[in-house]
Design a protein around this ligand. Structure first.
Ligand code: ZN
Length: 120
């Protein structure tokens, strides 16, 4: 599994602790390739909680592709541009459609990740 995918999984508690402590948080969506600024007022607009694994779903694209940017995130302490660059790269790795159909092959682990991300 890609390391960044782990951050999309079972991430509600770290998200919740962070927003309780600081009142706000940034959520990065790998599918949207955007950063959403969340505070206690707009929280319901942007996220759509939560599957049985406590993973956060993006309210825009409906994918479980959200990374809460806490101290533990690989996106923490990066500039806005650096964050977006990483999201674009990760989006390609996870959702790229520019592979030839003949070359298209999913191993079991990747397939599970897709299934989880596609779950609505
Ligand atoms: Zn999204």
């Amino acid at each position: 599994m890609y390391t960044f995918l782990k951050e999309t999984f079972n991430n509600f508690f770290s998200f919740n602790n962070h927003i309780k402590k600081t009142g706000e948080i940034e959520l990065a969506c790998i599918f949207c390739q955007k950063i959403y600024k969340i505070n206690k007022k707009n929280i319901n607009i942007h996220i759509n909680l939560v599957d049985s694994n406590n993973s956060i779903r993006c309210n825009v694209c409906k994918f479980y592709a959200i990374i809460p940017i806490t101290e533990k995130s690989a996106l923490y302490n990066l500039t806005k541009n650096e964050k977006i660059n990483k999201l674009e790269l990760w989006h390609k790795l996870e959702f790229s459609t520019d592979i030839q159909e003949d070359d298209y092959y999913l191993d079991e682990e990747t397939k599970e990740n897709f299934d989880r991300l596609l779950k609505v």
